[in-house]
Ligand binder design. Structure first.
Ligand code: ADQ
Length: 414
């Protein structure tokens, strides 16, 4: 990959994830569990590692304790070869303030770049589910000659206000002609008016150009110091930004279904739907691609167990993921994802749900279209996801589409 060039990776992991509340009540969004045994940040880090990057920093800020712990315990590389994934908290190097935006996070961490002196810096977000070979994007970046390259994917125009929207001129299709962060009046693509070209929040920079840009931005009083809102538009205004079409990225072992899969799991609904994408017979996103593995924590636990209960009632599981350490005893699990060390007891039913680590679902309880955070205890006979008004009255979050979320450690009574 990019022979002879030194590549450095930066993962922006300071986001608050307000729209994922209560799952982000006491953890940063990139640390939110996903797919049973993963955390959201594992997708970005796996992509960087599979792309052969070996010097990576994770810039954290908001409630970063569980994120720091996950990165330091799970993501260990061999120190002898100067390979590392280091979690770097906001440092207040530039005075008594935390990061104000993602570009400020990089500005405050410039010492890391100055120490390593890379040629190229890959900057990625930490809260998407996807596979991507950054080696291919780096090749395209070098070939374009532009100092900045933005990865892009087509998205429905109705979502344009959640993304940076890229415009290109037909005459120069690999250059960004205009970039607008989260526009309220988007214009559709010439060949597909119902779609826009969205920034994926993944960038490749010539290191010197990135350093200059964040320093310049730091001096601007009117800037929000945001990568998408300020830094990329600055490159575009100088005609120095290229676009990299995600559809040109071909990851080994991808299936026709998941080759272009990229999901922003920023809301409860999209988080829930992304879980459904994992569990069908022909999954829309295939976790079982061992040519491009998604790495995660090693759970030190016994295997999952699905058994009859003491009275001989069957334990059954259909279209589901069951993580290590879980026990389903005389209970039924369907279209659901169970995290490590979760328990589902006699006669309980868990349907269309996502259950985090160490949650316990008691005898004859019912959980439907729900997300249960870590260590939630559902008492015998309790019901969740049946009566939205009651769920709201009990303090649970219920989305407009009817997904109930129960926060960490809550005891749910009948
Ligand atoms: P958003 O995701 O809305 O849009 P932002 O909230 O800045 O932008 O988050 C981007 C990444 O940076 C996330 O991984 C977040 O955790 C992290 N982050 C945010 N503030 C940070 C800080 N102060 N320190 C460290 N990390 C921080 C962005 C782009 C859009 C693009 C979408 C794609 O701005 O142009 O379309 O991502 O989802």
């Amino acid at each position: 990959m990019a022979a002879g060039r030194k590549i450095f990776g930066i993962v922006l992991a300071g986001g608050e994830g307000k729209r994922l509340m209560p799952l982000t009540a006491d953890r940063a969004k990139p640390a939110v569990p996903f797919g049973g045994q993963y955390r959201l940040i594992d997708f970005a880090l796996s992509n960087l590692i599979n792309s052969q990057l070996r010097q990576i920093v994770v810039l954290t800020q908001y409630k970063s304790h569980s994120l720091d712990r996950h990165v330091s315990q799970t993501w260990r590389l061999d120190g002898i070869t100067n390979s590392y994934i280091a979690s770097v908290p906001a440092q207040q190097r530039l005075g008594k303030r935390w990061f104000s935006g993602s570009a400020d996070a990089i500005l405050q961490s410039l010492n890391l770049l100055r120490d390593e002196k890379p040629d190229i810096v890959v900057v990625v977000g930490a809260d998407h589910v996807y596979r991507m070979d950054f080696g291919q994007m780096i090749e395209a970046h070098i070939a374009s000659g532009a100092p900045a390259t933005v990865a892009a994917i087509r998205q429905p125009i109705s979502l344009a206000d959640q993304f940076g929207v890229i415009e290109v001129d037909a005459a120069r299709p690999d250059r960004i002609a205009a970039f607008r962060e989260k526009p309220s009046d988007p214009v559709g693509l010439p060949d597909s008016p119902e779609e826009v070209l969205a920034s994926m929040g993944n960038y490749v920079f010539d290191a010197d150009a990135l350093i200059d840009a964040v320093i310049r931005d730091g001096d601007r009083p009117d800037s929000n110091h945001d990568m998408g809102g300020d830094i990329i538009p600055d490159f575009v205004s100088r005609d120095e930004a290229a676009v990299y079409d995600f559809n040109n990225n071909d990851v080994p072992g991808s299936t026709d279904r998941d080759r272009y899969y990229w999901r922003d799991v920023g809301t409860i609904d999209s988080f829930f739907e992304a879980h459904q994408d994992l569990i069908s017979t022909l999954p829309i996103f295939n976790l079982y691609n061992d040519q491009w593995p998604i790495f995660s924590q090693v759970v030190n636990s016994p295997p999952a167990k699905i058994v009859r209960d003491g009275r001989g009632a069957l334990g059954t599981t259909i279209d589901s993921i069951v993580s290590l350490g879980s026990v389903i005893s005389g209970a039924h699990l369907e279209r659901s994802v169970l995290g490590p060390w979760a328990k589902v007891d006699s006669g309980a039913k868990v349907i269309d749900s996502v259950v985090f680590d160490r949650a316990v679902i008691g005898p004859n309880a019912f959980v439907g279209r729900a997300i249960l955070d870590k260590e939630v205890v559902v008492a015998e006979g309790a019901r969740i996801g049946v009566d939205p008004a009651r769920d709201r009255a009990r303090g649970f979050t219920v989305t407009d589409s009817g997904i109930t979320v129960v926060g960490k450690g809550v005891h749910v009574v009948p």
